[in-house]
Design a protein around this ligand. Structure first.
Ligand code: HEC
Ligand code: HEC
Ligand code: HEC
Ligand code: HEC
Length: 352
């Protein structure tokens, strides 16, 4: 067959367009090298796939903080110095030197780092430090209790690494990764009135799939629904697993994977998702993490609903709360396992 000039030009054009399309796609997609690490018994496909380029980005987003130098004790407990400490309800057992060091640290961890509020004045009326008139001080007191509860009651999750205010806040008054009940966009009425939190592609929480975009309200808060896909009985009704539970479970799992920067096989043997014997120990740690997050959100943050101003609440009027990404921020251990809590032992004792 003879090629006419037109056919030639046309095929050339198609080739050029194809090349022009493919090059930017290749830049967008994860191009090699990919590294794979075996996580489970050989032959099970339990591998961790990492891309060194993306790992660098995650590292840059998780800078390691420098704890303050230790200071010697003053030899006076806060509760014994009623002159200077009139309204201390949580930190009374601290030496006054440690108390002041901690106040300096939480100012750096939580107060805005620029502008008029970048100081003690973010929480205090500096004319009267004992006053609770600024809401941020009331919130901070509850957060102190919460941090201590995490470090003492949830060692099954945070181990000896523990957390400080920095783990979540990272120099910001509102941590970067928070959630509030998401009603989704407004919809037409009648039969179409509710999409039950799903079928909306482009939502980041379920990794841009059309799975429910708010698995948190019912799964990471109290009272909590069951996280389940596989029923344990032949007939429905036994274990509370239904299609809704299934979809929310998968949405939450997507979040957990993204939050930790890991595949499903970081916790599961994917031939038997529900089977604990075949899962990795990390799944047990994650289970305790789920219980901890529910407690943080309901017992501590949720109890502050009346304290927060409207601009610190979501569209449904609930406070912004935590999920796995609040501490983890893309890493399997927050801040790569760096223990800042060790330098602030007063945050790892039980509440009075
Ligand atoms: C993020 C909020 C926050 C910031 C910022 C902050 N504080 Fe505090 N401060 C508190 C809380 C909460 C208490 C009460 C602790 C308690 O009840 O155990 C407190 C109590 C105090 C008290 C005791 C006052 C009294 O008489 O009861 C002093 C003194 C104090 N802070 C000093 C400082 C100094 C100095 C700074 C700045 C370097 C500072 N604080 C920054 C939250 C904050
Ligand atoms: C587990 C994560 C977590 C930890 C740990 C944590 N916080 Fe928070 N904190 C939050 C979340 C989430 C909010 C946002 C609530 C909102 O805005 O509705 C918040 C809000 C606050 C606010 C109010 C900020 C504002 O401008 O409205 C203060 C003050 C605060 N935290 C202080 C502290 C202090 C002090 C500590 C350490 C003793 C601490 N937090 C530890 C999650 C955390
Ligand atoms: C960080 C650990 C972790 C990761 C990563 C993870 N899961 Fe899970 N998964 C769990 C835990 C823990 C449970 C059990 C929750 C419970 O029982 O309350 C669970 C439960 C499940 C269940 C329900 C099993 C049953 O009994 O019905 C399925 C299905 C599941 N995960 C799928 C996935 C998929 C798919 C991914 C990847 C997108 C994934 N998981 C990623 C920890 C993890
Ligand atoms: C309050 C902060 C905080 C929150 C919120 C949090 N974690 Fe963690 N998590 C930690 C800390 C700290 C560690 C490190 C413990 C250690 O050093 O062994 C950890 C460790 C883990 C590990 C073990 C990682 C490994 O490499 O062995 C898993 C799995 C995990 N978290 C899952 C979760 C999941 C899933 C959620 C959400 C349901 C969650 N975490 C929420 C603080 C948190």
């Amino acid at each position: 067959m003879k090629l006419s000039a037109t056919t030639l030009t046309a095929s050339l054009l198609v080739t050029v367009i194809a090349v022009l399309l493919i090059i930017p796609m290749m830049l967008q997609w994860e191009r090699p090298p990919m590294e794979s690490t075996q996580l489970g018994f050989r032959g099970l496909g339990m591998d961790k796939i990492t891309n060194p380029r993306l790992a660098e980005k995650v590292k840059a987003a998780n800078p390691l903080p420098t704890p303050d130098d230790p200071v010697p004790n003053d030899g006076v407990l806060v509760k014994d110095d009623k002159e200077n400490y009139k309204n201390v309800q949580v930190l009374g057992d601290l030496d006054t030197a440690q108390f002041n060091r901690l106040m300096g640290a939480i100012t750096l961890w939580v107060a805005p780092q620029e502008g008029d509020n970048a100081s003690c004045a973010y929480c205090h009326n500096v004319e009267n430090m004992a006053s609770d008139e600024i809401y941020t001080k009331v919130v901070a007191r509850r957060m102190l209790q919460m941090t201590r509860a995490i470090n003492t009651q949830y060692k099954s999750h945070v181990a000896e690494t523990g957390v400080t205010c920095y783990t979540c806040h990272r120099g910001q008054p509102v941590p970067a990764n928070v959630w509030a009940t998401n009603p989704g966009p407004k919809q037409a009425g009648g039969m179409a009135a509710s999409r039950d939190g799903q079928n909306l592609a482009g939502q980041p929480v379920p990794a841009f799939s059309s799975l429910p975009y708010d698995p948190f309200t019912t799964l990471l808060n109290k009272p909590a629904e069951v996280i389940r896909v596989q029923a344990t009985t032949a007939l429905p009704g036994g274990t509370g697993s239904d299609i809704k539970a299934t979809e929310k479970t998968y949405a939450l799992m997507m979040h957990m994977s993204t939050a930790l920067g890991q595949n499903c096989t970081f916790c599961h043997n994917t031939r038997a998702f529900s089977n604990w014997e075949q899962s990795r120990p990390q799944r047990v740690t994650a289970w305790h993490g789920i219980q901890m997050v529910r407690d943080i959100n309901s017992t501590y943050i949720g109890s502050l609903t009346d304290v927060f101003p409207a601009n610190r609440k979501g569209p449904e009027g609930d406070v912004y709360k935590t999920n796995c990404a609040t501490c983890h921020n893309g890493v399997n251990k927050p801040l790569y396992g760096f223990s800042m809590a060790k330098s602030y032992p007063e945050l790892s004792v039980p509440n009075p």
